[in-house]
Write a protein that binds this ligand. Structure first.
Ligand code: SF4
Ligand code: SF4
Ligand code: SF4
Ligand code: FES
Length: 596
């Protein structure tokens, strides 16, 4: 454990700790821009510069490890001037119209410039060339705002394993973007928004749907309803000053009602529905493989292992990189899209409206949901099933635009019937949650025995490890599921597409065999989605996950098949899981895409 001093404060830290981390331990805050905890420390921007006694040049504290006896100064005249110069040089090339920038008041460059006391830019500089890319339904890029910190490049390559972004050209002509300066829509980008979530400035942001939603709310001919994904309630509070991990379900519901939505509903409702459809599909695939004579359903249900299909970035990833394995994806639509299809058919009929009279808004932690809702096959109600998608950040902006004092709102309940859900749906928000929810229902369906509350969590698939596995021997199966008796059910869970790729490669090489695999596009699952409040670290992910499990544990109903509103939906409208109506409204197909 090396001992060192930082601004005369003694500190002892494990070998390998960076000077930046040691300073944080000593209670000294050093500004950063290109650094990302746990992900990138490349020393590119030099704003974290410090003086090391005995060293001639200043050093980047994020990229230097501590050593015994080091004496660090973080607040000398030389350090302050060097940091200011770094920021002034960045600003000299930056398009700095903060008031009209989507990142105004949520911008790391703006904050650092303010904290360092930059009041003048002493270097004339030439402004970076502006190229705006609006090609995708999910994201926009603006090169005039980019400070070349490479955070997006590292996330897209090392975390997501997609490699859609790279530095292009050299020297002053460097820009960050897809190879050969293609537009984002022309390459393998899966529109997950993880690049925008880590971008410190306004260079990559979500396509803004706020104007579209205000227009719909102002249109007397439209019946505008909203669904909110399970991950929103554990993160929205951060936009209003609440600490990460604060559950704000009731206030969020009240805010949506005050914004003018005619129905405030829950994507959790269709998360429960997903479990019924996907769980049944898994059992059919197992039956097809394990029972001589097939599944007895008269339909082929695709091979094993079956992958979950609720994360649209993951679906696009499979379509680009492993199109031969798309039959392994569950055919279930995501809960967002199931909601849209059910809202514009079942619910529309209930309230005496036509599908085209309804305007369905989603609040999602995910930018890829903006892409998903515009997929041409997502129109089974006869019109586009989901009309607009707001990220968590956009919802917070709307609440602020409307002058709603979020912290003063009462807790309110969601509307019935599409607002009723169980704890199993809550945990769709985090890695391991869809699998756990599916196992809660599948186990009871197959054995006919009730799972007690203290046996609901599946510990091996919880937590932030990139790839998790579990297996369990099925015993006591009911006669109709007797082919499962004694079968060792093997499951895996991965989050972040780099980890998904590892799982797929292990399956393809024959190193691993599973029956069922949950994949979520974003690190930590939806709670770490590309549309969530910035900036998400593992500490923040853990707090949001704890909030989600607390939400689940606070419920009286914690298994999807117990949701009375879903039971009613089957009785009144859908018939049976995987039946003709479900097949038409709740299931989908996939498209092979180019690997450019
Ligand atoms: S990126 Fe930040 S500094 Fe630049 S214009 Fe936007 S808010 Fe201002
Ligand atoms: S949206 Fe995701 S895949 Fe696309 S460039 Fe950004 S990080 Fe890469
Ligand atoms: S787009 Fe954002 S994250 Fe990427 S290099 Fe530019 S400033 Fe950094
Ligand atoms: S934050 Fe250390 S060099 Fe950029």
């Amino acid at each position: 454990m090396p001992k060192l001093t930082i601004d005369n404060i003694s500190v002892e830290v494990p070998a390998g700790t960076t000077v930046l981390e040691a300073a944080q331990k000593a209670g000294v805050q050093i500004p950063t821009l290109c650094y990302m905890k746990d992900v990138q420390a490349i020393g590119a921007c030099r704003v974290c510069t410090v003086e090391v006694e005995g060293a001639r040049a200043l050093v980047a504290s994020c990229a230097m490890s501590v050593s015994e006896g080091m004496k660090i100064k973080t607040n000398t005249k030389r350090v302050r001037e060097a940091r200011r110069t770094v920021v002034e040089l960045l600003l000299s090339e930056h398009d700095g119209d903060c008031q009209t920038c989507p990142r105004n008041e949520d911008c790391e460059l703006q904050k650092v410039a303010h904290e360092l006391g930059v009041r003048e830019i002493h270097y004339p500089g030439g402004k970076a060339a502006r190229y705006q890319d609006h090609s995708t339904p999910a994201l926009t890029r603006d090169t005039a705002k980019c400070i070349l910190c490479r955070r997006c490049v590292t996330v897209c390559n090392n975390v997501q394993g997609v490699a859609a972004l790279w530095p292009q050209n050299r020297g002053f002509k460097t820009v960050v973007g897809p190879a050969f300066c293609h537009e984002l829509d022309d390459v393998v980008c899966v529109q997950c928004g993880q690049c925008g979530a880590v971008c410190p400035v306004g260079a990559i942001t979500e396509q803004d749907h706020i104007g579209m939603v205000w227009d719909a709310l102002d249109d007397p001919a439209k019946h505008v309803i909203v669904q909110t994904a399970p991950a929103i309630r554990a993160a929205l509070g951060e936009c209003f000053g609440y600490p990460p991990g604060t559950r704000v379900t009731g206030k969020m519901t009240a805010a949506l009602r005050r914004l003018g939505f005619a129905g405030v509903f829950d994507t959790n409702f269709t998360a429960d529905l997903t479990i019924i459809e996907e769980g049944t599909e898994l059992l059919m695939r197992l039956k097809q493989v394990l029972k001589p004579g097939g599944n007895g359903h008269g339909r082929h249900f695709g091979p094993l292992p079956m992958f979950t299909s609720c994360s649209p970035g993951w679906i696009k990833f499979m379509e680009h990189f492993y199109p031969d394995m798309t039959p392994n994806l569950s055919t279930c639509k995501s809960p967002q899209q199931m909601f849209g299809a059910i809202a514009k058919t079942y619910y529309a009929q209930k309230i005496g409206k036509r599908p085209e009279d309804l305007f369905v808004v989603s609040v999602m932690p995910c930018t890829a949901k903006k892409f998903e809702c515009q997929r041409p096959e997502m129109d089974d109600s006869g019109v586009q099933d989901v009309d607009a998608v707001l990220t968590t950040r956009e919802l917070a902006r709307m609440i602020k635009q409307a002058g709603i004092r979020f912290e003063q709102l009462p807790d309110e309940e969601m509307d019935a019937p599409l607002g009723l859900s169980t704890g199993a749906a809550d945990i769709f928000a985090n890695t391991g949650g869809v699998m756990e929810a599916a196992l809660r229902t599948a186990w009871e369906l197959v054995t006919g025995r009730e799972l007690p509350f203290d046996k609901l969590h599946v510990a091996p698939i919880q937590g932030l490890e990139g790839v998790k596995e579990a297996s369990a021997k099925i015993t006591g199966a009911k006669p109709e599921w007797s082919f499962l008796e004694g079968v060792e059910l093997k499951v895996a869970v991965a989050h972040g597409l780099g980890n998904a790729r590892k799982v797929i490669e292990r399956i393809r090489s024959g190193q691993a065999q599973y029956h069922f695999i949950e994949i979520m596009t974003c690190p930590g699952g939806c709670i770490g989605g590309g549309g969530q409040p910035r900036t998400t670290t593992n500490d923040i992910r853990e707090k949001r996950i704890a909030a989600i499990y607390a939400e689940d544990e606070s419920r009286k109903l914690r298994k999807s098949h117990e949701n009375p509103a879903v039971q009613q939906l089957y009785k009144e409208f859908l018939g049976v899981p995987l039946g003709e109506k479900s097949h038409h409204l709740l299931h989908t197909k996939y498209t092979a895409r180019a690997r450019v």
